[in-house]
Design a protein around this ligand. Structure first.
Ligand code: NAD
Ligand code: ZN
Ligand code: ZN
Length: 397
């Protein structure tokens, strides 16, 4: 089977283009992937993680085909695929996992040991993540298909809710994992740093987990309005005021039970200087305002090399973190890729049984593949939207 293919390609800082790319094969270089499938992509989302690369803040090489948030229809199965079939509509966890290594067996699919020669963990279309071709494309190959893929039970129901289900490949599980690792449960008070799509997904997740009060902080007024639209309290961090002073009128106290960092290393400082980058700003803020004994979930991404950083330490990923503050309060920290597979089935059910309106909360906007460069620019400009690419006009139809 052979078709033409096109994809979103990173062309250097600030630049992405839609270009012709090879049709996928059941292989990665010389490595055979008979356990893989070829997908016709139904939806594929633009992520803040992509923006780190496109802003030139990673060592991503030019020519990289982007995209790790993929939902599609199986059109071809490798010889060793047993249970997934052509015609299945599936969600692809952004983590690539073999299902055979020690970490996969423990459910820690974000740090699979067999899919990236350079380090544990892999993803589609991402720097340092094993060289797997990205899925902001018309067609893409997914390895270890029986293990990785989540099949949607019914095609029409899936297409009806595709704007929600497309978020299962990354941000909904990631936001949920941020909350789980922050210890959110019934009656918790929760601070979520960042009102981007991951922060908003974390806010929805906190509500789903039964939080008493969910407070979202950002410097972007439109994104804060988006958080308020589904019942969150908001902190406008452009204000020159200690965060505890902002919490007190909302909570009657100066600390929260749980905190989630949905910002990462491109964090900016609070107050009048809010345009300024300060990579540890969110980590330090979370330690300041989380109760002693509390947990801090850190889905926000931190890097080992940042060529665009303001100083030499940060170029090596060294941050000015006030760890003593967290130590004194016996905080727990949880970092790393979200192991999507741990959560995607339950969250799919929550969507299909209408327990949650995740697409509305993160403000999904469906665009064509040719509109992707524009989507990247608007998202980079801070638009309060989650852009979902529809490369075959299957959603539009
Ligand atoms: P985004 O860039 O759209 O959102 C980040 C938001 O943080 C922006 O609205 C920005 O204004 C805000 N911000 C900046 N400094 C802040 C501060 N000090 N306090 C509060 N808010 C601040 O990105 P996104 O798509 O929402 O992703 C968020 C982070 O999650 C990124 O770092 C991304 O790479 C990461 N991520 C991690 C995983 C994972 O598996 N761990 C998965 C997906 C995304
Ligand atoms: Zn993502
Ligand atoms: Zn593995």
């Amino acid at each position: 089977m052979s078709h033409a293919n096109r994809g979103v390609v990173y062309m250097g800082p600030g630049k992405v283009e839609v270009q012709p790319i090879p049709f996928p094969e059941l292989a990665l270089g010389k490595r055979k992937c008979e356990h893989g499938v070829i997908l016709k992509v139904i939806t594929t989302n633009i992520c803040g993680s992509d923006q780190h690369m496109v802003r030139g803040r990673t060592t991503a090489p030019e020519g990289l085909v982007l995209g790790h948030e993929i939902t599609g229809e199986v059109i071809e199965c490798g010889r060793d695929v047993e249970f997934i079939q052509a015609g299945d509509i599936v969600s692809v966890p952004f983590n690539i996992a073999c299902g055979r290594c020690r970490n996969c067996k423990e459910g820690r699919t974000g740090i699979c040991l067999n899919v990236n020669p350079a380090r544990p963990g892999a993803a589609y279309g991402y720097v340092d993540m094993g060289g797997w071709v990205g899925g902001q494309t018309e067609y893409v190959m997914v390895p270890y298909a029986d293990f990785n893929l989540l099949r949607f039970p019914e095609r029409d129901a899936a297409m009806d809710k595709i704007g929600d289900l497309t978020l299962l490949s990354d941000i909904f599980p990631t936001g949920y994992h941020g909350c789980v690792t922050a210890g959110v449960g019934p009656g918790s008070t929760v601070y979520i740093a960042g009102a981007g799509p991951v922060g908003l997904a974390a806010a929805v997740s906190a509500q789903l987990l039964g939080a008493a009060c969910v407070i979202v902080g950002d410097m972007n007024a439109d994104r804060l309005d988006q958080a308020a639209s589904f019942g969150c309290e908001t902190l406008d961090l452009r204000q020159d005021m200690p965060m505890a002073d902002m919490l007190e009128p909302i909570l009657g106290e100066r600390e929260v039970d749980c905190a989630v960092d949905a910002v990462g290393f491109e964090a900016r400082c609070h107050g009048h200087d809010h345009g300024h980058e300060q990579p540890a700003a969110v980590l330090n803020a979370c330690m300041d305002i989380t109760r002693a004994g509390g947990q801090i979930g850190i889905p926000g991404l931190y890097v080992t090399e940042d060529p665009g950083a303001g100083n030499e330490a940060a170029r090596q990923g060294n941050l000015s973190m006030r760890l003593g503050q967290g130590w004194a309060k016996s905080h727990s920290f949880h970092t790393g890729q979200c192991p999507v597979m741990k959560y995607h089935r339950q969250l799919m059910q929550a969507i299909l049984f209408e327990r949650v309106d995740i697409a509305r909360a993160v403000n999904v906007q469906v665009i064509s593949l040719d509109e992707a460069p524009r989507g990247y620019a608007d998202f980079d400009g801070g638009m309060a939207r989650k852009f979902v690419i529809d490369p075959h006009s299957s959603v539009a139809a």
